[in-house]
Design a protein around this ligand. Sequence first.
Ligand code: FCB
Length: 444
Amino acid sequence: MSSPLPEFPAGFTWGVSTSAYQIEGATSEDGRGPSIWDSFTHRPGTVVDGSTGDVACDHYHRYAEDVALLAGLGVGAYRFSIAWPRIQPDGTGPANPGGLGFYDRLVDGLLDRGIDPVATLFHWDLPQALEDKGGWLTRDTAGRFADYAALVAGRLGDRVKLWITLNEPFVHMSYGYGLGLHAPGRQYLFDAFPVAHHQLLGHGLAVTALRALTGSPIGITNNYTPVRVQGVTDADRAAGATYHALHNRLFTDPILGHGYPEIPGTDPSIVHPGDLDTIAAPIDALGVNYYNPTGVRAPSDPDSPLPFDLVPLDAYPTTSFGWPVDPDGLHELLTGLRREYGDRLPPIHITEGGCSYDDTLDAHGRCHDPQRVAYLDGHLRALHRAMTDGVDVRGYYVWSLLDNFEWAEGYTKRFGLVHVDFDTLTRTPKTSYAWFRDTVTGPA
Ligand code: FCB
C-alpha cells in the first residue's frame, strides 16, 4: 500500500457485485414465489445465527439509495442478480409483471447514473416449485432456465451490458446438493454430478436464447481456487489433481469445448448426444470469482467418502471467515487459465473478489476497515501483474457493495464496502469505500 497502484488500461471496468437473495428482502412482494433459499433458511439449524433473507438489506425498497451509493463510488458497472422466483413464481409460465418491473426500474436507475447494468440470471435462488420436481438433478430444469432467461432478456436485453448465466455452479452443486450446507440442503456427494451437467446444459441453452434477444456480451461466472497440495506423496498429488478437476475444470472444460475432465465417481450416462455441443455455445466473457487458495491432500481416513482431504493453509493470514489471504493466488489462477485454455479463453472479468472482517462502527459512527483496503490493494496489484503477463482481463468487481446475508453464515460475515446495521438498515460507507472510489476515479 506504500506505492500508488499501477495504472490499469483505459476502458478497464471497475464495479461491485451483489446478489438478489443476499440483499433484496421483500420475499413475498409483488408476486414473488418462494425459492429454495426461503425454504432452507426457515428450516431450523441451517444458518449459524438462525437468520433468513426475509428482510436482508431491504434493497427491494431501498434500491434508489443503493444506486446513489454506487454513483458516489464512481463505478462504471454494477453486477446484481435477478431472482428467478420474482420473474416466474413457480419456475414456469409467463413473466410476472411485478418482478420484471423491479429490475426494469433498477436498470434504468443505473443507466441514468452512467452505470452499466451487469445481470446474473442465477445466483442460487431456484424457484421452490422446480426443486419440488427435482431441481437441478432433473434435466428439465435446464430447459426451464433457458425459458426464464428469454423472458428476462426480452425485457432487459436492450439495456443490460453484460449477461452472466450462472454464478458459481460448482459451489451450488457441492454445497447445495453434495454436502447440504446450502439450499436445497441435499447430501448426495458425488451423486450430485447431474447438477453439474444440468446447470451446464441450462447455461448453453440460455446462451443460445439470449443471443437472439441481446447484442451484449454473454458469459458465465465460476469460482476458481489455486490448489496447494499439502503433502509429498503421489497420492497427495493425485488428490490435488482430482480436486483441481472438480473445482476448476468441471465447469470450464466443457464450456470451452474440451468435454468433461475425468472425475472418479461421476456417472457420464446422463450426458446425451449433442449436449456437449450445446454446452460449448461460444461465450464472450468468462467471469472469475477469486477469494482464496485451497489446501488439499490424500484422505487420511481410508473410508473417507471423498477422494481428498481439504486442509487449512497455515502460512497465510486469514479473514474473519478463516479464508487464507493470498493475492499471488489470483495471479497464479489467471496465468494458469491462460496456459490451460490458450486462445480458447474468452476475455476475463473478475466478477467477485473481497473479504469479510468484523467491521464495527466507532464512537463517531465511522467504520474503519484497513484490512479490506490492504486485501483489495494486494489483489489489484496481483491482477495487474497477470495482465502484464498477457492475460486479457476487462474488469474487477468487489464483493460486495453492502454487508449482506452471507448464506449459511447469516449476517455474521461482513463483506461490504458499505456497513449495514441490520437493526436499522442504515448504510455507512467504510474507509474501503473511499479508497475504492479514489482507485476508480483516479487521484483527486
Ligand atoms: C461467493 C458467492 C457470493 C458471496 C461470496 C462471499 O462464493 O458467489 O454470493 O457469498 O462468495
